[in-house]
Design a protein around this ligand. Structure first.
Ligand code: DOR
Ligand code: ZN
Length: 332
């Protein structure tokens, strides 16, 4: 049995820079037509010059593959209208991190009050630049996403013309909230469709499944599955594939991030097939994102076949999701 996908898109992706970028970028560009590249590099992407350099580094690393890096800027509360206007054609969105909430987010915003965010958000709204948000409070780890929902609602109400993407949602509360406002959308990762907190910490601790936001309860995963498998138009695939060297994962003070890029399409196909929802996979991995962001991706057909595939133990020094496990689908 075969499945064909047209121009699959990964709308939340970490490429890093330097050697790591050279390792991971080709693994995405092989199977996707494009991806939304996160700006939490060190240092983060906050100027046009750095943005263009970073884009060129990505194009060099994905040389020859038909792959569009859709670029993002790292949100600052003092971006001027003129600056954003000058950079608008080079970016697809701006990503907001609360300060210190996850990997390389120290330069994020320290006050989420509407007044503090107004300058940048008014300009974004006028220039029609979508806002992607890592929506977690600094509260108790299991409650962080739920505690952030009132902020999403305030922003969606205060800036009705601004498209706001709730990144990597993990809870039933978020799955409900995204449906409540016309200008709220969400990405859903592969790993949050597969795992719950039990898989991370219910037995021996699994550092390669540790990420932010942490995987939640079975009923939360059910709510995400319900949106994704039915390809609800408010949600799209964003892997949040976040590579870290093995030494940073298998360590005290394990870095947050699950590396899924090279096996994302195979495992999504396996999941949609298992639930008899293959007819909705195209919308979840491409069509919904095209509508939400107004994209016309390059044409690229990816064919998957139902044949056993063993996920490698490592890609260079990065351990992927479900390393060494046999899965049912592979890319032809
Ligand atoms: O687990 C995560 N890793 N969550 C994020 O939000 C960032 C990412 C990373 O950059 O490593
Ligand atoms: Zn991310």
């Amino acid at each position: 049995m075969q499945v064909q996908l047209t121009s699959p898109l990964d709308m939340h992706l970490h490429f890093r820079s330097g050697d790591m970028l050279k390792t991971v970028a080709p693994l995405s560009s092989k199977s996707f037509a494009g991806g939304l590249i996160m700006p939490n590099t060190t240092p983060p992407i906050t100027t046009k010059e750095v943005l263009l350099e970073y884009k060129q580094e990505i194009l060099d690393a994905t040389n020859g593959d038909n792959f569009t890096p859709y670029m993002t800027l790292f949100f600052k509360d003092d971006y001027s209208y003129d600056f954003l206007k000058s950079v608008k054609d080079e970016i697809l969105a701006i990503k907001l991190y609360p300060a210190g909430i996850t990997t390389n987010s120290e330069g994020g915003v320290s006050s989420l009050s509407i007044d503090n965010l107004r300058t940048t958000l008014e300009a974004m709204s006028e220039l029609e630049i979508p806002l992607c948000i890592h929506g977690e409070s600094n509260g108790f780890v299991m409650d962080r996403e739920a505690e952030f929902i009132p902020i999403y609602k305030q922003l969606a109400t205060a800036f009705p013309k601004l498209k706001i993407i709730m990144e990597h949602i993990t809870t039933k509360a978020s799955a409900d909230a995204v449906l409540e406002f016309d200008n709220l959308y969400a990405t859903i990762t592969l790993h949050h469709l597969y795992i719950t907190l039990d898989d991370v910490a219910g037995g021996m601790l699994q550092p390669h499944l540790f990420c932010k936001p942490i995987a939640k309860r079975p009923e939360d995963r059910e709510a995400l599955l319900n949106l994704a498998l039915n390809a609800n138009e408010k949600v799209m695939f964003g892997s949040d594939s976040a590579p870290h060297p093995r030494s940073a994962k298998e360590a005290p003070g394990c870095a947050a991030g699950v590396f899924t890029a090279p096996i994302a399409l195979q495992l999504l196909t396996q999941l949609f097939a298992k639930h008899n929802k293959l007819e909705n996979l195209q919308a979840f991995v491409s069509d919904n994102a095209q509508k939400i962001y107004g994209l016309k991706p390059i044409e690229k057909t990816i064919t998957l076949e139902q044949k056993e595939f063993a996920i490698p133990a490592k890609y260079k020094d990065v351990v992927p999701f479900m390393a060494n496990q046999k899965i049912e689908w592979r890319i032809v």
